[in-house]
Design a protein around this ligand. Structure first.
Ligand code: NAD
Ligand code: UDP
Length: 335
């Protein structure tokens, strides 16, 4: 690695968003250090970078002290389980990576005089009473509900990041990321897009939770990465929503997947998970103003690319079930 290039540390590098960010920063001519402990990520997501001269990978749990030799210009902290079934399965790890992991990343940013971008989330707004969600809305989160481990970890993450900014003058960027999808999501991570596409490919019925009237707004990965890249290079230190405001009910979304895949299966209805937000759509006026950014990829195009990716996975991956317990999960990851 040469000393003249800008150096960036990306935590959660083996995950969905983190791996796409590694690609983008390598492509932009940065030296990239990817860090991950593989708790929900996969080496497959970054193996194409293994021999790249500007990419280096460190297997490490960011909840433990992080030591990096040499300078660092930027840190992108993306390590955290992100799917509801993941953070329900590993609640303590989720709380720790959002709190202790973020603290370690901020300490590193302070020591290296680096700018840090943290991956916050629309879950900050909980089950929102303001619609669409603007950055000045404080949210409606149940701290002791099943999603509290994720939501409150992310709220703490924002708070400690702002404290490092005001007290230590660390340059910070806070991305409130709304539902993002694309290639390299884990097929069985339980999030609605891999869930529906996986069911379509396996010939199973599509499981809509509740009556399907709850809404989400899905952003394609390429748009998300562009928004995050611009935010990092901006001078804006307050939270910014990054997402696609095109909102759809989950019931209508199931119909879109049925048309896309041409399947003959039907939709079946299951219980709505506790505290599942009933509506979600980002107001992206701020991102348009300060970043000159808005999403460009239509859902039909993004879904087609995502479907092609999942279709290309092996039959073994397609039929792999999620693990019953965290111990099983860890055992398989290490195998
Ligand atoms: P992901 O599960 O695919 O990736 C997360 C990565 O972090 C995984 O590779 C995992 O192994 C790693 N990780 C977790 N804990 C770690 C630890 N203690 N030390 C080192 N690595 C660790 O999830 P994703 O969708 O890529 O999400 C990435 C980030 O973006 C998360 O912080 C998430 O909260 C945030 N986010 C994502 C979305 C979305 O729609 N994808 C929405 C809002 C926020
Ligand atoms: N959902 C669903 N069927 C599934 C998986 C998810 O109806 O098989 C719903 C879920 O209840 C939620 C929405 O799809 O209302 C989005 O869920 P996801 O887990 O993708 O993300 P969330 O936005 O809830 O974090």
């Amino acid at each position: 690695m040469s000393q003249s290039k800008k150096r960036v540390l990306i935590t959660g590098a083996a995950g969905f968003l983190g791996s796409h960010l590694c690609d983008r920063f390598v492509k932009e001519g940065y030296e990239v250090i990817g860090m991950d402990n593989f708790i929900t990520g996969s080496y497959n997501n970054i193996k194409h970078l293994a021999d790249h001269p500007d990419f280096r990978f460190i297997e490490h749990d960011v909840c433990n002290h992080i030591s990096i030799e040499g300078k660092l210009d930027y840190i992108l902290h993306f390590a955290s389980p992100a799917s509801p079934i993941d953070y329900l399965k590993i609640p303590i790890q989720t709380l720790k990576v959002g709190s202790l992991g973020t603290h370690n990343c901020l300490g590193l940013a302070l020591a290296k005089e680096a700018t840090i971008l943290i991956a916050s989330t629309s879950e900050i707004y909980g089950d929102p009473l303001v619609h669409p969600q603007t950055e000045d809305y404080y949210g409606n989160v149940n701290s002791v509900g099943p999603r509290g481990v994720y939501d409150e970890a992310k709220r703490f993450q924002e708070a400690i990041t702002m404290a490092y900014h005001t007290f230590h003058k660390v340059p910070v960027r806070i991305a409130r990321i709304f539902n993002t999808y694309g290639p390299r999501m884990r097929l069985n991570d339980g999030r609605v897009i891999p869930a529906f596409i996986g069911q379509a490919l396996r010939g199973e019925d599509l499981t809509v939770f509740g009556d399907g009237s709850q809404t989400r707004s899905f952003c394609f990965i390429d748009d998300q990465v562009e928004g995050l890249y611009r935010l990092l290079l901006s001078k804006y230190s307050q939270p910014v929503n990054i997402g696609n405001p095109s909102e759809i009910s989950i019931r209508d979304f199931a119909s879109e997947i049925i048309s896309l895949t041409g399947i003959t299966q039907k939709v079946i209805y299951k219980d709505l998970p506790v505290n599942d937000p009933l509506q979600r759509r980002p107001d992206i006026s701020l991102a348009k103003k300060v970043l000159g950014w808005e999403p460009k990829v239509e859902r039909t195009i993004g879904l087609q690319k995502t479907y092609e990716y999942f279709k290309g996975l092996s039959s073994e991956m397609l039929h792999k079930k999620e693990h019953k317990s965290f111990d099983d999960y860890i055992k398989t990851k290490k195998a």
